[in-house]
Design a protein around this ligand. Structure first.
Ligand SMILES: NC(=O)c1ccc[n+]([C@@H]2O[C@H](COP(=O)([O-])OP(=O)(O)OC[C@H]3O[C@@H](n4cnc5c(N)ncnc54)[C@H](O)[C@@H]3O)[C@@H](O)[C@H]2O)c1
Length: 352
């Protein structure tokens, strides 16, 4: 089978996960990389064996040898580069969040339709082996009707700075950056019910706390603590058409004793936890049973999840199948995220 020639646009921090996954894929050929920062692109090309280096993504997209791209740039460029790539006849794997607004998301969706090319949203949590295992359990009715989910992604200190904390380029703070992961994961596990209402709060109380010493955290490739125009904490209650609800809280910083990563879902036949560790709760013969599934990793496996995301992307291209995280899901998640920001601003529930 002809191998798929890939270009990676944006060679900052997270691109390494894409680059190494393509490098390890037997039928993907990492052909080109692109970054505004030429030196960074050059370094990535050398490390992962790409032969072409670009600083203008339009030039990469004009390269007829390239079949597909990963977009690992700032959030404000996701829609623009996705649309340009689709119109240039390339398949697209775009990092989360799909973009910054519902309007942008609908424009990307339109480009997917008109181009006939494939777009996969990088909702990497879905691709983790444990998530796939639990999704299968849910599909087989193990948990019954999942009516409540609760997720926390609390960093006590972890504003990544640079573009992440510049609302123009990021579209928001911890909600759009890390909240997107757990909201999508819960929504996917719940069977993607239609969101109907959101009630939320965002806070700008602590700033980025770049004064704090002795603790390290994830940083943008061009870390800069100078500008911080995003929220440092958000919480939300999301209601769905089927009566289910999702409660979520996220932060870049909070006076929390420790970081907290927790994803729990509850159905009428059983419950389960994904973060921090996989477990299942059920009832048998009038006794509550806690089950510990035996899998390679108890928690989220970064490398395995990105490899599985990339494997899925290549396989969808080869087979012409729709990805597990299609553009439509990116649009729905943007509706929820933007609804949360709108509700917080209005101080009232927002109907979606
Ligand atoms: N899936 C995950 O778990 C995960 C984790 C971190 C980041 N991300 C997402 O990945 C994306 C990148 O995040 P990051 O942490 O790598 O940021 P980063 O700042 O480390 O890297 C971004 C890179 O994109 C380059 N860039 C920006 N605009 C460009 C353009 N128009 N053309 C070419 N290059 C451009 C920058 O020069 C930089 O090198 C973001 O959308 C972020 O939300 C996803």
């Amino acid at each position: 089978m002809k191998s798929i020639n890939v270009g990676v646009i944006g060679t900052g921090s997270i691109s390494a996960m894409h680059l190494q996954s393509y490098q390890k894929h037997a039928n993907a050929n990492l052909l080109a990389v692109c970054d505004l920062n030429e030196e960074r692109a050059q370094r990535a090309a050398e490390k992962y064996g790409a032969t072409k280096v670009y600083t203008d993504y339009n030039e990469l997209l004009a390269d007829p040898d390239i079949d597909a791209v990963s977009i690992c740039t700032w959030n404000n460029t996701h829609a623009e580069i996705s649309i340009a790539a689709l119109n240039a006849g390339k398949h697209v794997l775009v990092e989360k969040p799909l973009c910054r607004t519902v309007e942008e998301a609908l424009q990307v969706q339109e480009a997917v339709k008109s181009s006939g090319k494939l777009l996969q949203v990088g909702f990497v949590r879905r691709y983790d082996p444990n998530a796939q295992m639990l999704r299968e359990f849910a599909d087989k009715g193990e948990f019954g009707d999942i009516y409540f989910a609760k997720a926390s992604s609390i960093r006590r200190l972890g504003n990544p700075g640079g573009w992440f904390s510049d609302i123009e380029r990021s579209g928001g703070g911890p909600l759009i950056d890390i909240g997107v992961h757990v909201i999508d994961l819960c929504w996917y596990m719940m069977g993607r019910p239609k969101p109907v209402a959101v009630s939320a709060n965002t806070y700008r109380k602590l700033g980025n706390r770049s004064n704090v010493r002795n603790l390290s955290f994830y940083k943008a490739a061009d870390y800069d603590a100078e500008k911080n125009t995003v929220e440092d904490m958000a919480n939300a209650m999301i209601r769905f058409e089927n009566g289910a609800s999702l409660l979520v809280d996220v932060s870049f910083t909070l006076h929390s004793k420790e970081n907290l990563q927790s994803v729990k879902l509850y159905g009428d036949k059983g419950g389960f936890e994904i973060d921090p560790e996989v477990s299942i709760v059920t009832e048998k013969h009038d006794t509550i049973i806690n089950i510990q599934p035996q899998t390679d990793n108890k928690g989220f496996d970064f490398d395995a999840a990105f490899q599985s995301e990339v494997n899925h992307f290549i396989s969808c291209i080869e087979n012409g199948t729709t990805p597990l995280s299609p553009v439509e899901d990116g649009v729905e998640i943007m509706k929820i995220l933007c609804g949360i920001y709108e509700s917080a601003e209005k101080g009232a529930e927002v109907l979606l």
